[in-house]
Design a protein around this ligand. Structure first.
Ligand code: ME8
Length: 529
């Protein structure tokens, strides 16, 4: 366990410009897994997500829908909240950039930096990509005048604008990177340094006058704050920064807080360059980690995205497979930090191998033998007599340690893998002990020891997997009727307290999927074989 006892976990705030697709849900599922893990480890966690509701793109979308921008984003924000509920995302606060408190915060920050001289009035000319809401240089757009991020055509824009004095902070930013190697993965950060910082970072144009759906600055209201500056400030406006009440800032943006911010690699630039600079300008501390995650791609390597129309909604998957199976697949199949394809075959294979055949099967086998041989009552615990039991328990304990060390490094993919390895010890143990033979041969004590140990294994594995699959792990613990106090991580190694518990009726946790049927269902949703 780390020294810091409070933890602030954030996701990017999602553009309120359309529906959430499974690509988007990836980030929130990973953040939720981290937030739940930290809570399980005793941290006082504040987990934040929200919606990014300003900007030209959204104004245009609202117009197309025949709604005012506010009506449009109200609808979208409530649809986002419904998705997060369906995905069991345990956020503590949902920020909207149209919230009065957020708008006031952005305006105060602007005034503060203008007074400090870190914002100044100038003229902006450059290549602008409307879908990405970003300006680019000649070199970045190349001869084809295409956006380097989304590869769509950019157009030339020129307007009076306010600028953030980015150049001034570059030496401090580089020093900060040097001194904080765990701020961001080295390869992801080097990519930013080489692509954006080394060629020379310009001061950032941070207001627009060509449209009006955004936060107007107090000093000159025809200027609207650039949507990215508006959006980034959500991370502190959500804690009441500049609201007159500093209590949440002190608690969750203080020096003793572990600040963990997730962002997809497509928005790495804003989170590892401009966000730290804004914080430096404001005299606020930097986050401990920007966890840059990869993107969900189709089998042919294309990003699942709203604008490309190749990304399914999560709802049909939740309905058919259950939310926890979808969450597990995302966390376990794609190495956190790397891109990964979402393919029907991998999806079915992963669910069958890990959930139906490993976890589900262990629960099913163990509890049905407890029913068959002991009338549904977990046998009394005795110190193990068989070396196989001792060895299995020892291995289980070391899997727990390995899980913790991986999860503490935010390697949630390998962490979930360790939990599965712990459960897989069960199958091997059953094969070695052959409890059905012990029953036949009347070796009751050894049979009791075997089933008791398997019940403990289910309890431990379920605790470790609970941040990823909060519902299914609860169901497993409920089926085993594990008392509430033995479900906490703190008690995970307290073996011996399940004696004489009456297990509940059994229903399969994860049905085994018929591959052909599922592939035909899934290939209609997702591009794949
Ligand atoms: O970028 N795979 O919002 P957004 C994985 N409003 N993650 C994906 C993905 C995919 N195929 N497609 C999108 C924004 N995402 C800004 C953020 S924060 C101050 C402002 C992820 O709705 C993407 O990487 O376009 C990002 O982390 C999140 O979804 C929101 O994307």
């Amino acid at each position: 366990m780390g020294e810091k006892k409070s933890c602030y976990v954030t996701t990017p705030i999602y553009y309120a410009s359309g529906n959430i697709h499974i690509g988007h849900t990836y980030c929130n599922v990973c953040a939720d897994t981290i937030a739940r893990y930290k809570r399980m480890m005793g941290y006082d966690v504040r987990f934040m997500t929200g919606s990014d509701e300003h900007g030209e793109k959204i104004q245009k979308k609202a117009l197309e829908a025949g709604l005012s921008p506010k009506e449009y984003v109200d609808k979208i924000a409530s649809s986002f909240k419904e998705v997060w509920k369906a995905m069991n995302i345990s956020y503590d606060y949902y920020v909207r950039t149209t919230d009065e408190s957020h708008v006031a915060c952005v305006q105060k920050v602007f005034t503060k930096l203008l007074e400090k001289g870190d914002i100044y009035l100038g003229k902006y000319e450059g290549w602008y990509c409307t879908p990405c809401e970003s300006f680019f240089t000649d070199a970045q757009v190349g001869e084809g005048h295409l956006c380097p991020d989304c590869h769509r055509p950019v157009h030339w824009e020129s307007e009076d604008s306010y600028f953030l004095n980015v150049k001034k902070f570059v030496p401090d930013l580089l020093k900060f990177y040097e001194e904080h190697p765990s701020f961001c993965r080295k390869d992801k950060l080097n990519e930013m340094i080489n692509t954006f910082i080394k060629p020379g970072l310009d001061d950032l144009c941070i207001t627009r006058t060509s449209f009006d759906w955004g936060v107007p600055i107090k000093e000159n209201p025809k200027h609207i704050v650039y949507v990215w500056i508006d959006a980034l400030l959500n991370y502190v406006s959500a804690l009441g920064y500049e609201s007159g009440d500093d209590s949440l800032m002190e608690k969750y943006w203080g020096k003793d807080t572990e600040i963990v911010q997730l962002a997809g690699r497509d928005i790495n630039r804003f989170h590892t360059i401009y966000w730290p600079i804004l914080l430096m300008a404001l005299g606020l501390r930097e986050p401990d980690h920007i966890l840059v995650h990869g993107l969900l791609l189709t089998k042919s390597g294309v990003k699942l995205s709203k604008s490309l129309g190749n990304a399914p909604s999560p709802y049909p998957l939740i309905e058919r497979y259950g939310v926890d199976s979808l969450r597990y697949y995302m966390v376990r199949e794609m190495q956190f930090g790397e891109d990964g394809a979402f393919t029907p075959t991998q999806f079915v294979d992963r669910l069958n191998a890990d959930l139906a055949n490993n976890y589900g099967n262990l629960v099913n086998r163990t509890l049905s033998m407890v029913n068959r041989y002991f009338d549904g009552v977990i046998p009394t615990y005795r110190s193990p007599s068989s070396p196989l039991t001792l060895e299995m328990m020892e291995k289980a304990f070391s899997k727990i340690e390995e899980y913790v060390s991986l999860m503490d490094k935010y390697d949630i993919t390998s962490g979930a893998g360790k939990a599965m390895e712990l459960l897989a010890l069960g199958s091997k143990y059953f094969d070695d002990m052959a409890p059905w033979n012990l029953a036949k041969e009347g070796k009751t004590e050894l049979l009791e020891e075997t089933l008791y140990a398997a019940c403990e294994l289910i309890r431990m594995g379920s605790i470790l997997l609970s941040p990823v699959m909060p519902e299914k792990t609860k169901e497993a613990l409920d089926q085993e009727n594990v008392p509430e106090e033995l479900r906490s991580f703190e008690k995970i190694k307290e073996v011996g307290k399940l004696s004489l518990i009456h297990v509940n009726t059994l229903s399969p946790l994860f049905p085994r999927l018929k591959k052909d049927e599922e592939l035909s269902f899934l290939t209609k949703l997702i591009d794949g074989e």
